[in-house]
Design a protein around this ligand. Structure first.
Ligand code: PBG
Length: 338
């Protein structure tokens, strides 16, 4: 330990002194969370008046745009900063090239336009990736041997991101893990005079088994079958490699970086938030949500305190904000505590 860290030692030092009174615990608290640090991911369905429960994510629903607008109203009233849109695409619209991804009349641009006209102050984040649209469930285009092609996929992602920006998305968030996609998207946005569209780069997105419930929710699990995404998403065993990914995304013009999943990757959140002054967000993914929710429903964990603790720990590790399916509940609990 360095010189300045030289505690007197017991009994002069009694760290418990500061933990005795609630006022002193509040005063000395290092990390505070606020509803503005929350982003709510939502699953959008086509049609009207549709609302379906996601079995593996209790409390989460797929909703048509009318329902998403009600959710947006709640989010905005509670001070949540943004929604992240994930489309549930009709199987009939899926093809190997995922062409529906850049359809300007598609579900996502219609949802974006509806949200921005009703709630201009609520941020709207669009996922840039082909998996909801491909008949094989991969995030990219396939080559002859079934391999996921990089540069060809990047070209398709550029079209998708340009369409989302034109529809009014505040943020485009490439979650596909192709190399070079941030630079290609940034250049295309500049040429299209969309220079204020933010890029939230999923820099460190791991090939995680914690995405299972999400793939059920958007209906990509059936398409993907037994295949995996290990040739593009990162190996969960690699922490240092996240620096390479993050450095590239910063150099290529990203505005914010993301680490995903959240709680099992606190070390990566810490590393990236120290390595770059850029805002780093964390994604508490579907499997993390499902674990807490299932244990709470079984009466094994207290939902409110575990959710608040998980959020606090993600922020303590260095996340500037958190995407979480519990964003509305968390915002209510934070409001009631204040
Ligand atoms: C795919 C995508 C995934 C998630 C967000 N975007 C899943 C995947 O990579 O298969 C997962 C989110 C979650 O589990 O909550 N582009």
């Amino acid at each position: 330990m360095s010189d300045y860290f030289n505690p007197a030692g017991f009994p002069l030092a009694r760290p418990r002194r500061l933990r005795q009174a609630p006022w002193a615990r509040r005063l000395t608290q290092e990390t505070r969370v606020h509803p503005s640090q929350l982003i709510l991911p939502v699953f959008v369905l086509d049609g009207n008046g549709r609302r379906e429960a996601v079995a593996s994510m209790p409390g989460v629903h797929r909703e048509s745009i009318d329902g998403i607008l009600r959710t947006a109203e709640a989010a905005s009233t509670l001070g949540v900063s943004a929604l992240a849109l994930f489309p549930v695409v009709d199987v009939a619209l899926k093809c190997p090239q995922g062409r529906e991804a850049s359809n300007p009349e598609g579900l996502v641009p219609r949802a974006v336009a509806a949200l921005k006209s009703r709630f201009p102050d609520l941020g709207v984040i669009c996922d840039v990736a082909l998996d909801p649209y491909t008949s094989h469930g991969q995030d990219g285009l396939l080559g002859p041997a079934g391999e996921v092609l990089n540069d060809e996929t990047v070209a398709a992602l550029v079209e998708q991101a340009l369409m989302q920006a034109a529809a009014g998305a505040d943020v485009v968030a490439p979650s596909d893990m192709m190399d070079g996609r941030v630079l290609a998207i940034r250049r295309a946005l500049e040429s299209a005079h969309q220079q204020n569209t933010q890029i939230l780069a999923y820099s460190a997105k791991f090939a995680s088994a914690f995405y299972g419930p999400f793939r059920d929710a958007v209906g990509s699990a059936a398409q993907l079958g037994k295949a995996d995404k290990k040739t593009y998403q990162m190996n969960p065993a690699n922490g240092r490699e996240a620096w390479t990914e993050a450095a590239m995304d910063v150099a290529e013009g990203a505005d914010m970086l993301m680490v995903k999943p959240g709680l099992p990757y606190l070390d990566v959140i810490r590393q990236l938030s120290e390595a770059t002054p850029m805002p780093v967000l964390a994604y508490q993914v579907s499997g993390e949500y499902a674990m807490l929710k299932a244990a709470a429903q079984a009466g094994w964990l207290d939902e409110r305190s575990t959710q608040l603790e998980a959020l606090t720990c993600l922020i303590r590790a260095g996340a500037r904000g958190v995407l979480t399916y519990a964003a509305l509940d968390l915002a209510r609990w934070l409001r009631d505590e204040a």
